[in-house]
Write a protein of this length. Sequence first.
Length: 418
Amino acid sequence: MERFVIEGQHRLEGHIHISGAKNAALPLMAASLLADGIYHFSNFPILRDTLTFSKLLKELNVDSQIEDHVLTLRVEPTENKVARYELVKTMRASFYVLGPLLARYGEAIVSLPGGCAWGPRPVDQHLKGLQKLGATIDTVAGYVTAKAKELIGNEIVFDVISVGATCNVLLSAVLAKGKTILENCAREPEVVQLCEFLNKMGAKISGIGTPRLEIHGVESLHPADETIIPDRIELGTLILATAITGGNVKFTNVIPEHLGIVQEKLIEAGITLNIQDNSVHITRLGDVKPVDIKTSPYPGFPTDLQAQWIAFMTIADGDSKITDTIFFDRFKHVAELQRLGARIRLDGNTAIVEGRQRLIGAPVMSTDLRASSSLVLAGLIAEGTTFVSRIYHLDRGYEKLDDKLSKLGAKIFREQEP
Ligand code: UD1
């Protein structure tokens, strides 16, 4: 296993090109199962999760090749319709193959993803949606078996706003007979990109970017090409890394609107953002002001930036409250940040962060993807050396984060854990 060694208190300065979004790439890769042929995805992020998904696709008779951040998929009919536990357990998004396999072949057997490091993560809304389209669902020995001779459009109202359930049901409904209406859908940019891509493949989806999607089923689809949107979570993380070190960095290959409310929160915290068409220039000159946040579905504050915001608020000029309304117990990073000297109290799903803290480097452990990046942020500002272990979590979703930070002047090294 590898770990990061970070010598703190170096200001970040320079220019960084943001990578393609993991959460956009994965459902697009799943969509390829809907039609045989060749696909090209450019701006493709090379990450542990996207490579795991390629591995899963390989078992479903999809060949993949990556060159210059372009993923080429060659999709052929598959006899195998099983997504194994070993792959699904390392990456929950493997569950995305359920919808397209069911729609295309009338059958799919996919391992249940189980919980996450920080708690349960149900898939009931995925299953409810597919059942409403006419699938019979059985859960036996940890596997979901979905079967349908024919899928028929229906009206589905999701009980909660779920990115995964919206994508999975969309990936089935595009080939269902007749009209499907999905209500209370997620509106994340990654969901929007999936809808637009499916339409490029010949699907008929309207209401894109709204909570109500209308899908007119088609008999078949065809392959298409796409440029993966930039990763707004990588951008947010690196903006906070810049801000925490009082840095000055220009980010290119970004879609600034995708920051949603994060932009306002950064300004409230005293960060200067100079926004152009596809770049954002960040500077922090003065103190950081304490800013409360509450996570919510897009365009609200993303839960995927909650841990990093907590790290950022440890240096604010006062106390702040960070509430996660999406994943109530996503706070594993708090105990690790406390090891660096952070004073944070948990009250249910709210973290109360004391500002004006002096963080001192120490060994800390990554527990999940975004928690890892919050520890890196804290390490960048801590006095002395911080060791962040188990960075395989971080490599799931950040493309060469250490190289990007080094390029900006951080002192961060990757080494084998002793
Ligand atoms: C996606 C993102 C993840 C992000 C999350 C929330 C991908 C690959 N992952 O995860 O990075 O943190 O959105 O923005 O895009 N829920 C149910 N039943 C379901 C499904 C979800 O109750 O069947 C609940 C969840 O427990 C959670 C909320 O809905 O409270 C949102 O979860 P969801 O949007 O589904 O998250 P993911 O799609 O797994």
